[in-house]
Design a protein around this ligand. Structure first.
Ligand SMILES: *Cc1c(COP(=O)(O)O)cnc(C)c1O
Length: 424
């Protein structure tokens, strides 16, 4: 059943039940092979030269070459686009591939990014180190610095980038308010929704582009690295993409209309950088996607149960379901389907954190999140080891911080294991 149904704000559809039906029906077929047909061919024969010409000019809808699109990935793309109310989706080789494709396809040297909340370590390095080398600068803000965010937007700002839930700081953005700022200035709002597929619907809340690491909860079992970008349609009449700020997209709008952002991403990023998904990866991702709603529903319930029980047992837990969390009210009103699989525990120091992780019988120690199994990782010695102290403080990385991704195990077993592993 739906959780906390009464708390649902308008504009967000209750989606766990809706997609329980849609996903299994769309991934499976009524005739012939039921599980998705996996096409792993890198290239495709055109039959005759006229057809080849048509494929290249876009008048014939047949596969061109797998870097530009693969039929199995195409099925996954259609399902994900529908999940988020986008006009289309492009699957990629990884979540970082998705972020790279979505951003590079819009940016040029001299442009600026305003990054709000989060931030996943890889995305932080990509913005602060790699894009800087190409003359693209990023400024980073907390989710509640709304006035400062407005003041940071200039004529050169092309992307307002937002993570749907801070990983690992567990801070929650007011997505509608941040979308309103993006729309006021005519800047694209890009949301990394990796932690909260189905639970958060960014396009319905005013975002333009959604990026996913499908490696995480969407596939959900560590079988495949992958990513995806969902794009909204270009609107008839006024649209921020039709302004001078996005002049490079205008030729695609002229040719492709509503679908322009798909063509732009494929030509400006996928074709030239090659972060393309492969058929086998997309096949595995669809097998995971089938059960996403029931896994998500169970895990967001378990996360709350575990957070509340461990908090009561004296652990230092960071999760917005706790009444002392600064975004507790926002969690209840805007994240009524949960905020994903994560919570964090501060063990006070690195030694205590290592001892806890090593003693736990259930935790798999790894850098992944969103798995069927409960995963855990000490942050300071791993993902954030190379970050300086100021950055660590901004990202909420304390010396004893452990990130936990709750899995499908019985939550009572998780609670018991954690209390035993603390070994007081
Ligand atoms: C893991 C992750 C990514 C990167 O995804 P990969 O598939 O590992 O490349 C991006 N954003 C978030 C929030 C993530 O958790």
């Amino acid at each position: 059943m739906f959780r906390k149904e009464k708390a649902m704000p308008k504009g967000i559809v209750m989606r766990f039940e809706e997609f329980s039906t849609k996903f299994v029906q769309q991934v499976g077929k009524k005739e012939g092979a039921i599980s998705p047909v996996m096409i792993n061919s890198a290239s495709f024969g055109y039959g005759d030269s006229e057809t080849g010409e048509g494929i290249f000019d876009g008048s014939v809808k047949k596969p061109l070459y797998s870097r530009m699109g693969n039929p199995t990935s195409g099925q996954l793309e259609q399902i994900l686009a529908q999940m988020d109310g986008g006009i289309g989706c492009v699957a990629t080789s990884s979540g970082m591939g998705a972020t790279a494709m979505a951003t590079i396809s819009l940016l040029k040297s001299g442009d600026e990014i305003v990054s709000v909340g989060g931030l996943f370590g890889g995305t932080y390095s990509y913005f602060s180190e790699t894009l800087t080398r190409f003359g693209i600068s990023t400024r980073f803000f907390d989710v509640d610095e709304l006035e400062v965010i407005e003041a940071a937007i200039t004529d050169k700002t092309k992307i307002l980038f937002l993570e749907s839930v801070g990983n690992p700081n567990m801070r929650l953005p007011d997505i509608k308010k941040i979308a309103a700022i993006a729309n006021k200035f005519g800047v694209v709002l890009m949301v990394d929704n990796t932690c909260t597929p189905l639970s958060v619907a960014p396009i319905a809340l005013g975002a333009d582009i959604i990026v996913y690491s499908t490696t995480k909860i969407i596939t959900g079992n560590a079988s495949s690295l992958g990513g995806a970008v969902v794009f909204r349609a270009i609107k008839e009449g006024e649209d921020k993409f039709k302004t001078q700020r996005y002049a490079e997209v205008h030729p695609f709008i002229k040719k492709m209309g509503a679908m322009a952002l798909i063509a732009n991403a494929k030509k400006r990023a996928l074709r030239d950088f090659g972060m393309s998904a492969n058929g086998f990866g997309s096949y595995l991702t669809m097998l995971g996607l089938e059960t996403l709603p029931i896994r998500m529903d169970r895990i967001v319930g378990s996360v709350e149960k575990v957070a509340l029980a461990l908090n009561a047992a004296g652990f230092t837990i960071n999760h917005p379901c706790l009444s002392g969390h600064p975004h507790h009210e926002r969690y209840k009103s805007q994240f009524s389907q949960g905020c994903g699989t994560l919570l964090t525990i501060d063990m006070g120091n690195k030694e205590a954190a290592f001892a806890f992780l090593n003693r736990s019988k259930l935790i798999t120690i790894t850098a992944n999140i969103g798995d069927s199994r409960t995963l855990g990782l000490h942050m300071g010695s791993t993902i954030y080891r190379d970050f300086d102290d100021v950055t660590k403080e901004f990202l909420g990385i304390t010396p004893g911080l452990i990130r936990i991704s709750i899995g499908l195990e019985n939550p009572d077993d998780i609670i018991e294991d954690f209390i035993t592993a603390r070994g007081l």
